[in-house]
Design a protein around this ligand. Structure first.
Ligand SMILES: [Mg+2]
Length: 263
């Protein structure tokens, strides 16, 4: 076991080193250090806002299949090309007539319902929430999914996020509005909040536009090396699992002392 100050040093200077602290074995292999926080100048963190699908829950919605069915194969291919590989389906639908919109939302609802049927909590999510609670760090949620899906998520896993903003709150991510709304509700400035999500174009952009810290969850390495990401999309931190978020929080932020958890 490394002493805490050595752990922090290694977390910033030796990114490929794995180490254990008192309770967990943590890997820092994909962690990158943001300019806003370092071991020397630690920032305050009082709130963390999570994306839901693919971040707090294991990805189960087949988004490409959903987009293909909503747009049609040719329009999907064109939209994907125009978006540099990504598609903002809600943005597309907004411009359609009422009948087309209804059909599109029926398809999306079907995919989302199938996702709910197979919903699983992301490994490390419950432990991370317990850790945040122990340090008096607020937990919020922003999703482009619908409120009933958030309700199912809260109920099924017995854990609440507040505020939890769903698709009904507009404008949705990547607009910073939902994140700024949560900060305002908490009365905490955005620069003391971190946005954690698995989407560069939605979660990271939302967080950056709001002025919050950002952490990209990239389980499969689909986004490539952190250094290769464009400036306006580059998150402050990148992890391959929620377990790695512990390391980032403890290494780069001033957190309130741990308090005893209510039994
Ligand atoms: Mg997501």
């Amino acid at each position: 076991m490394l002493l805490p100050h050595l752990s922090r040093l290694f977390a910033t200077s030796l990114p490929s080193l794995s180490f254990s602290n008192s309770s967990r074995l943590l890997s820092t292999s994909l962690m990158s250090v943001g300019a806003k926080a370092s071991a020397r100048t630690k920032a305050t963190l009082r709130g963390v806002v999570f994306d839901m699908d693919g971040t707090l829950t294991v990805p189960v919605i087949d988004f490409p299949a959903m987009y293909r069915e909503v747009l049609g194969p040719e329009a999907y291919a064109a939209a994907k090309k125009a978006g540099g590989g990504s598609v903002d389906i809600l943005h597309h639908i907004e411009a359609w007539g009422p009948q087309e919109q209804r059909r599109a939302y029926e398809i999306i609802s079907r995919f989302e319902q199938e996702g709910l049927d197979r919903l699983q909590i992301m490994p490390g999510a419950l432990e991370l929430c317990g850790f945040l609670d122990s340090r008096d760090i607020r937990r919020g949620l922003i999703t482009r999914n619908v409120k009933p899906a958030v309700d199912v998520f809260h109920k099924r896993f017995g854990i609440m996020f507040s505020p939890a903003l769903s698709r009904e709150f507009k404008p949705y991510k990547p607009d910073p509005a939902p994140l700024l709304h949560i900060c305002s509700t908490w009365n905490i400035p955005p620069n003391e909040v971190m946005m954690v999500g698995d989407s560069l174009k939605d979660d990271v952009v939302c967080g950056k536009r709001a002025g919050a810290f950002t952490c990209l969850l990239d389980e499969t390495g689909q986004y490539g090396p952190h250094e290769d990401l464009e400036d306006d999309l580059r998150p402050d931190f990148k992890v391959s699992s929620l377990v790695e978020v512990f390391t980032i929080l403890e290494s780069h932020f001033d957190l309130a002392p741990e308090r005893a958890q209510a039994v």
